[in-house]
Design a protein around this ligand. Structure first.
Ligand code: MG
Length: 157
C-alpha cells in the first residue's frame, strides 16, 4: 500500500446579493461568497488538497475561472470530477480533514449537513472531518470581509 497527502487552501470575499454556499450547503445569511462558480470555499480547499495528493496541479488549471462552463458551477460537481481522477490512478480518498474560518455565519450547526452534501462527490461522509472556527475578530476574516478554508487529504492505493 502507498499513501500520499495533499494540502489545500482557499478564501472568498463575502458580498451582498450572493447565496452563501459552504460545503455544498446553502446557509441563510445576508451575504454570500463571491466567485465565478458558486464560490464554495470549503469545496475548493478540498479540491486543491485532493489535486495536491494526486500531483495534478490546482483547481484553476482544471476549472479556469475564464471558462464559461464553470460559471455558477456547483462545486460539489467539481469535487466529483477530481475524486474520479483518484479512481483512475487506482487511489482512494482515505481521509479529508478541513477547517473553515468565518466570523459569521455560525457554521457548527451545518457541519453534518456539509459532510452529507460532500458525500455526493463520492467521498463517504464518515471519511470527512470538518471543523469551524472564527478568527477572534482579527484580520479580513475577523472584519467579516471573507471566509477561508484549509484542508488536507490522504490518498491510499
Ligand atoms: Mg475558490
Amino acid at each position: 500500500m502507498s499513501s500520499r497527502i495533499g494540502f489545500g487552501y482557499d478564501s472568498h470575499r463575502l458580498v451582498e446579493g450572493r447565496r452563501c454556499i459552504i460545503g455544498g450547503v446553502e446557509i441563510a445569511h445576508p451575504r454570500g461568497l463571491e466567485g465565478h462558480s458558486d464560490a464554495d470555499v470549503l469545496c475548493h480547499a478540498i479540491i486543491d488538497a485532493v489535486l495536491g495528493a494526486l500531483g495534478e496541479g490546482d483547481i484553476g488549471q482544471h476549472f479556469p475561472d475564464t471558462d464559461p462552463t464553470w460559471k455558477g458551477a456547483d462545486s460539489v460537481d467539481l469535487l466529483k470530477h477530481v475524486v474520479e481522477l483518484t479512481g483512475r490512478k487506482w487511489l482512494n480518498v482515505e481521509w479529508i480533514d478541513a477547517t473553515i474560518i468565518a466570523e459569521a455565519p455560525k457554521l457548527a450547526p451545518h457541519i453534518e449537513a456539509m459532510k452529507n452534501a460532500l458525500a455526493r462527490a463520492g467521498i463517504p461522509a464518515e471519511r470527512i472531518s470538518i471543523k469551524a472556527k472564527t478568527n477572534e475578530g482579527m484580520g479580513f476574516i475577523g472584519r467579516g470581509e471573507g471566509v477561508a478554508a484549509y484542508a488536507v487529504c490522504l490518498l491510499s492505493s
